[in-house]
Design a protein around this ligand. Structure first.
Ligand SMILES: CSC[C@H]1O[C@@H](n2cnc3c(O)ncnc32)[C@H](O)[C@@H]1O
Ligand SMILES: [Zn+2]
Length: 433
């Protein structure tokens, strides 16, 4: 099946740094087969032609860090620092989560993400079979890992590792290739070094990347130094984590030598500005990292610390906050922010076959209607996407060439039922609490 999307404004961060052009996108099955300016030379063998009438087409956002099921806890505990928020609020509630809680919390998050233009998300959580089933049904793309907290007995550690391994093995490549898996020790402060070593060994055996929280707060860095005599980056390097392709979340508190190490091992970074602000964790040194050549990505973290999953808002924040902090409006320009949310996001999530509109990539893209007061007049669509648009401007979403959002509504999931079920599972949680 070949579908031609014509008369659009094609917006993408390509390697030539051409940002947009009036033209067309040709999709065959799962893949983009042609992108061009003006009209295609011939339409003879095309099955379906969609006239975009000037609408904007861009790659779907890649959200490189989150915990989807925690949307159940959105607004449950605000205005607390990470340690207290985790230990006194999140972990006691999560201890009561079951497969059903995770299923409906994740479905709620996936509807929110798809409707706001995210076509791929990275997720670290528990009951991951339920997450993978939602991904399969929704038609979204997911890079999924069973998050492992090792503050428990040897027996429990072994059981968690077995579960993570089975999940990673069973689901990698499933859902027509839309699911990829990783191994995810939660953080250096929740996993003893010997346990991280075992998890990384398993990642080697399965040939999978590693995903881990890193240096989110100054407190955890201090704890790492007093417990292990090293800051978290050399600590993880010495355990051997970075011998695997690794994606770290946050990376707020880094010294120059730690940046050197991350660069030496080509470690990928997910920048989570809203969560870092809301939990009072700090602000990552994004301009410095970009200057060093890191191809950074952006993540929302969970709806319990953000408190939404709209990548337009996250990308806008990433573009704005560093200008203010550094008193320099030239840092993180709109084009770089767009790359972080799309092409570089895909690289950091180890799905380089998406994240851009070019032949050879899979057809994960979104369509935005620019005929709205807040998106007019148009000097530069990239500017409007980063600084003016929001998730509610997304009309249509395609993943692997298949439409999953039509006229702003998710066509693969039943939003009304999901909202009902999410409220039901929350009520059940609160009753036993
Ligand atoms: C073991 S599943 C994932 C685990 O991570 C917790 N979590 C959520 N947000 C954060 C964050 O910003 N830093 C560290 N850990 C976080 C979540 O509550 C789950 O327990
Ligand atoms: Zn997290």
């Amino acid at each position: 099946m070949k579908t031609l999307f014509k008369n659009g404004v094609i917006i993408t961060a390509n390697e030539q740094n051409e940002w947009f052009r009036e033209g067309y996108l040709l999709v065959e099955g799962k893949n983009i087969v042609a992108v061009g300016s003006g009209q295609p030379e011939q339409e003879a063998d095309i099955d379906q032609v969609i006239d975009l009438k000037g609408q904007w087409v861009m790659p779907g956002w890649v959200n490189t860090h989150g915990h989807a099921a925690m949307s159940i806890l959105r607004g449950y505990a605000d205005d607390a620092p990470l340690k207290e928020w985790l230990e006194e609020k999140m972990w006691p509630m999560e201890a009561r989560f079951n497969r059903d809680t995770v299923r409906w919390g994740t479905a709620l998050a996936v509807v929110e993400m798809l409707k706001s233009g995210t076509t791929c998300f990275v997720d670290m959580y528990d009951h991951m079979d339920a997450v993978a089933e939602v991904v399969e049904e929704a038609g979204i793309r997911g890079v999924l890992a069973r998050g492992i907290i090792g503050l428990c007995s040897q027996e429990e550690q072994t059981a968690k590792l077995k579960e993570a391994t089975e999940f990673a093995r069973n689901w990698h490549g499933q859902a027509e290739g839309r699911i990829a898996t990783m191994m995810a020790p939660h953080a250096p402060y929740t996993c003893p070094p010997a346990y991280i070593d075992r998890i990384v060994d398993r990642a080697h055996q399965l040939d999978l990347p590693v995903h881990i929280h890193l240096s989110e707060t100054a407190g955890e860095v201090r704890q790492n130094v007093s417990q292990y005599g090293k800051r978290p980056v050399p600590h993880l390097r010495d355990i051997g984590v970075f011998e695997r392709p690794t994606l770290v979340a946050h990376a707020v508190h880094l010294e120059e030598e730690e940046m050197d190490i991350l660069q030496e091992y080509d470690v990928k970074i997910s920048h989570n500005p809203a969560s870092n602000l809301k939990l009072g964790s700090g602000i990552a040194q994004v301009p410095k990292l970009l200057e060093r050549g890191f191809r950074l990505s952006i993540g929302t973290d969970s709806a319990a610390s953000n408190n939404n999953l709209d990548m337009f808002q996250e990308v806008r924040l990433a573009a704005l906050i560093h200008k203010g902090v550094n008193q320099d409006p030239t840092v993180v320009p709109a084009q770089v922010a767009l790359k972080m949310g799309t092409r570089w996001g895909a690289e950091c999530a180890f799905v380089p076959h998406v994240g851009a509109l070019e032949p050879g990539k899979e057809a994960d893209f979104i369509i935005i209607t620019p005929n709205q007061a807040h998106l007019q007049p148009v000097h530069d669509p990239v500017s409007h996407i980063v600084y003016s648009a929001s998730g509610s401007d997304v009309c249509h979403v395609y993943v692997q060439g298949k439409q999953v959002v039509k006229d702003g509504q998710c066509v693969t999931l039943d939003e009304e039922k999901i909202i009902y079920e999410a409220n039901r599972v929350l009520k059940e949680l609160l009753q036993v609490y």
